[in-house]
Structures are given as structure tokens and as C-alpha cells.
Design a protein around this ligand. Structure first.
Ligand code: ZN
Length: 520
């Protein structure tokens, strides 16, 4: 292919740029379609596939992902990106074409740093470690998975070493999911959060515990699901372009921007699980459903980063779904669905129950106040493991020590400790926890920015109307897809760097009121 320079200024220039863009988009579309097919196979794997299909399915998904990776690391992509650089530089930074070329180049340059043989070893280790972990957790046997986790740590370090320009080993691992965020920034952020949140939790647990027995009754699954579906439709999850099914772990899967599916799980003896799980996943799905169609089939046609994605799920789950205004509207409806269980429970009792702060062993069950403390501990362990300050064999003990430092008690089994969740056992250590906390921070920032721009949002929520809020999010965040990094999005929406102050202010106000405590 002719280099762009040779035709610069000639009447051919426009045509060359156009044909190169068309070629790039065509190649990216094929890769996208392979990934979408793999996503659909993955959705089926979690929902309807009979257990016997597991082996063949893993193989099929692996083949599609390998083909997508081969197509994406084809040197022809690199050539096209080089040739399109002058065109990119002639455009505004936030234009569709400049963003497409910039973001694709970033992905491409990251992908080609990783030698294929290393990728095979990395993926192979991930698959076997996950399998060993499921057994190890069931049997509370950390020693069984320890050598695999040691290998995972070694491979994570090797991965990071392919990016020698990084300041810290964890930076390239974070960049996989949260481009633009560094370990140094997070170290400071988590320390700040701990300094505020640990005293807050201590003050709260010193108060009388709210009665949440109303949530622990028998709630038939079909009625829970029907109510949840009605709620997520009302907040704006488009069921003509989505659907909800059951799976062991709730997930959101994007097959296409007009086909974004969620799953939930139901416990008949505990009401909040399915409801808030559905709200959370619907938040992820509403994000994807509102990305501009023009970006579909390219690396821009999905959520910006994991942290930004999590901000949207948490905004609907917590800022909206655990707010007083939301239940003004929905509580009478919920009482009508469960008259025997909730007919005599006042809305205030219910509101306190769904916002009860109770330190526990499990991150995924944590309330708003303790949640980020679980993430802080895991992030700091990731840094210490990568730096060699903590050895994998000592992890169960160090976990207990640090959990105790944070919460004043500790799990006695590893099943309730270091083995509790799959994340580190899926092939990588580093970059697996920051996005939950970044999401918490941004959920508050953006909810408050929307409420400031449209003072009617709170009153609308109390009437079951969410259009103003949803449209603000769609136009401010969702529409851009993956064009911008977290620092760029924060700068464009609220200005300045992302800090913990709005988030801490929100927690202190809400939980100060709920518990009758005034926090520093
Ligand atoms: Zn999520």
C-alpha cells in the first residue's frame, strides 16, 4: 500500500484516507463479530447450556477468541494505523474517526507487546487455576491452589515486564481495564478512603442495629423476578433490546448494542439479592444500550473502562435503588406484591433495613460503607504480591491479619477469606479491584452533577420517573462509548482529577442521618 505522504495534497488524498478507513473498519467489524459470537456462547454457557457441554464450549470460545486475537494483531492493522496518523492529527481529538484510530492504536500496541507463546501459557494457566480453585474453595484447601497462584503471580509479573516504561508493575495490569489510572494514584486514594471509612464503620457498629428481619422472610421467586423486571423496565432498561435470565453469578453480556442481556439470581429467603442484583446489571446494560450506534462494531462501541461501567451499575443500584425517594414510589407496589410479608412494615423500616451497615467477610455482600474497604485491602495485597513483599504461601495468614486490622475480626477459614472469590484465580493478579471503588466514586460524582444540572431529578424519582437522569447519563457518558479514559471523562464532565471527597461526603451525609451519628 502506498504511504500517505506520497499523495498528500493531491486529489487522491481524500480517497486514500477513505479507503484505508473503510479497510480498517471492515477488519475491526470482523473481529467484533467473532468476539460477539464468543460472548453469545459465553452467555449460553452461564444460562442454558447443559453441564455436559462445558468442555466443548470452552474449546469453541477459545477458538473464536484466538481467531479474533490473530486478526487484531495482523501487521496490516498496524500499517493502516500508521498511514492514518496524519488524518487523525488533522481532526478534533473527540471526533469519531480520530478516537477510533487513537483507541485502536492503543489496543493494538498493547496486544502486539505480548508474544503469542506467552499468551498461550497465560490463558492455559488461567483455565487450570480456575478449575483447581473451585475444588480448593469447596474443600477449604488453599494449599491445593497455591502452586497455581504462584504461577499466576509469576505470569502477571512477566506480563507487566513487557511494558518496561511503566512506573510500577501493577500499572500495565490496571491499564488492561482502567486506562489512565496508575498504582501510585490508587495507593494514595485507598489510603485516604481507609483513613475516613474505618472510623466511620467503628462509629456505626457502636450504634443500635437496625432491624432487617423484614428482608429475611419467604419471598416466592416468581414474584421477586416479576417485580424486579418491572422496576428495571421503569428505570429504562429496554427489553425489546435485552432480556433477563437466571445464572449463578449475575452478568451483563453485550451481543450487539440492540441485544444487551442481563442475568440475576434469586434467594427465596432474602429479598434484596435479586432486586439489587437486577438493578446493578440493568445499570451496566442501560450504559451499553445508549452507546451511539455509529460506534458499533469498532473498539469504541462498548463501555469506556471497567471503572466507568461500574459507576453506572452502582449509580442505579445505590444512588437510585437504595434512596428514600425511589422507595416513595416503589414501596407501595412492593407491599402489594408481598402483602403478607411487608403489608405492616413501614417504608422507613424497610429503607433502614436495605441500608444496614454490617461488616462481614464477603466483598460481594458488602454494604455501601464497608465496600471500598474490601477493595482497598485487595488492591494493597496485589501491590505487595507483585513487589514480593507478600509471598503467595503466606497469603491466607496475611489476609486474616489485614482483615482484622480493618474490621476488628477475621475469618477462621480460607473459604471465607482468600478463597472467597474467583478473581485472582482467573489468571491474573493486579488490576482486579480498583474498578469497584473507582465506580463508587464516579457514581456519586455523576449522580450529583446530573441533580445539579436538573434539580427536578429527585422529585421525579419519587414519582417513578427516571428519564431526566437517564438522558443526562446517556448524553454525557454513554453516547461516547470507549472514546475517553477515566481522567478524560472526569475532566469533560465535572472537571479536575477524580478524588474521594464527593463520595465520602455522600456516605457521611446518608449514613450520618440513618445512624444519628455526625462524622468528622
Ligand atoms: Zn458490576
Amino acid at each position: 500500500m502506498e504511504p500517505l505522504k506520497a499523495t498528500e495534497g493531491s486529489p487522491q488524498k481524500g480517497k486514500d484516507v477513505k479507503s484505508r478507513l473503510t479497510e480498517l473498519r471492515g477488519r475491526l467489524r470482523e473481529i467484533h463479530d467473532l468476539q460477539a459470537a464468543a460472548a453469545l456462547l459465553g452467555w449460553d454457557q452461564r444460562t442454558y447450556m447443559p453441564p455436559g457441554g462445558a468442555g466443548a464450549r470452552a474449546q469453541q470460545i477459545g477458538t473464536l477468541q484466538r481467531l479474533a486475537h490473530e486478526k487484531f494483531t495482523d501487521p496490516a492493522i498496524g500499517r493502516l494505523l500508521d498511514e492514518l496518523r496524519p488524518y487523525e492529527e488533522s481532526l478534533p481529538y473527540d471526533s469519531d474517526d480520530a478516537s477510533l484510530i487513537r483507541v485502536t492504536r492503543r489496543d493494538y500496541e498493547r496486544a502486539i507487546r505480548i508474544p503469542p507463546a506467552f499468551k498461550d501459557e497465560f490463558d492455559g494457566n488461567a483455565a487450570i487455576t480456575y478449575q483447581v480453585w473451585t475444588r480448593a474453595r469447596a474443600e477449604d484447601d488453599f494449599a491445593a491452589v497455591q502452586p497455581y497462584l504462584e504461577k499466576t503471580l509469576e505470569l502477571s509479573r512477566q506480563y507487566a515486564a513487557f511494558f518496561p516504561e511503566a512506573e510500577h508493575l501493577i500499572d500495565p495490569l490496571i491499564a488492561i481495564v482502567d486506562e489512565g489510572i496508575t498504582g501510585a494514584y490508587l495507593t494514595q486514594l485507598f489510603a485516604e478512603l481507609q483513613a475516613s471509612l474505618i472510623p466511620m464503620v467503628r462509629a456505626i457498629v457502636g450504634q443500635p442495629e437496625p432491624d432487617d428481619s423484614c428482608l429475611h422472610q419467604h419471598f416466592p421467586a416468581d414474584r421477586q423476578l416479576a417485580f424486579g423486571l418491572q422496576v428495571i423496565r421503569r428505570i429504562g432498561y429496554d427489553l425489546d433490546r435485552g432480556r433477563e435470565d437466571l445464572s449463578e453469578h449475575p452478568i451483563t453480556t453485550t451481543i450487539a448494542l440492540d441485544d444487551v442481556r442481563i442475568t440475576t439470581r434469586v434467594r427465596e429467603n432474602y429479598l434484596p439479592g435479586a432486586l439489587f442484583g437486577s438493578l446493578h446489571e440493568a445499570g451496566h446494560a442501560i450504559y451499553e444500550q445508549n452507546i451511539r450506534k455509529e460506534l458499533e462494531g469498532t473498539p469504541l462501541g462498548r463501555g469506556a473502562t471497567y471503572g466507568v461501567h461500574e459507576s453506572q451499575s452502582r449509580l442505579w443500584e445505590n444512588l437510585v435503588g437504595r434512596s428514600r425517594a425511589f422507595w416513595e414510589f416503589f414501596y407501595p407496589q412492593l407491599q402489594a406484591v408481598f402483602p403478607d410479608q411487608l403489608g405492616r412494615v413501614p417504608v422507613d423500616t424497610f429503607y433502614r433495613a436495605i441500608n444496614r451497615v454490617k461488616p462481614g467477610f464477603f466483598r460481594v455482600e458488602a454494604d455501601e460503607v464497608t465496600y471500598s474497604l474490601h477493595c482497598a485491602m485487595r488492591f494493597q495485597l496485589e501491590v505487595d504480591l507483585l513487589d514480593g513483599r507478600v509471598a503467595v504461601r503466606d497469603l491466607p495468614e496475611v489476609w486474616r491479619e489485614r482483615f482484622h486490622q480493618t474490621f476488628g475480626f477475621a475469618p477462621t477459614t480460607d473459604r471465607d477469606g482468600v478463597l472467597q472469590e474467583m478473581n485472582w484465580y482467573c489468571g491474573r493478579i493486579g488490576g482486579l479491584y480498583q474498578h469497584f471503588t473507582l465506580g463508587n466514586l464516579m457514581s456519586v460524582l455523576w449522580f450529583e452533577a446530573a441533580a445539579q444540572a436538573h434539580s427536578e431529578i429527585e422529585a421525579e424519582m419519587a414519582h417513578g420517573e427516571f428519564g431526566t437522569l437517564r438522558n443526562w447519563l446517556a448524553q454525557t457518558i454513554h453516547t461516547h462509548g470507549r472514546k475517553f479514559t477515566i481522567p478524560e471523562l472526569i475532566d469533560r464532565t465535572v472537571g479536575g482529577p477524580l478524588t474521594s471527597s464527593a463520595y465520602l461526603r455522600y456516605l457521611k451525609r446518608k449514613y450520618g442521618e440513618l445512624y444519628g451519628v455526625s462524622f468528622q
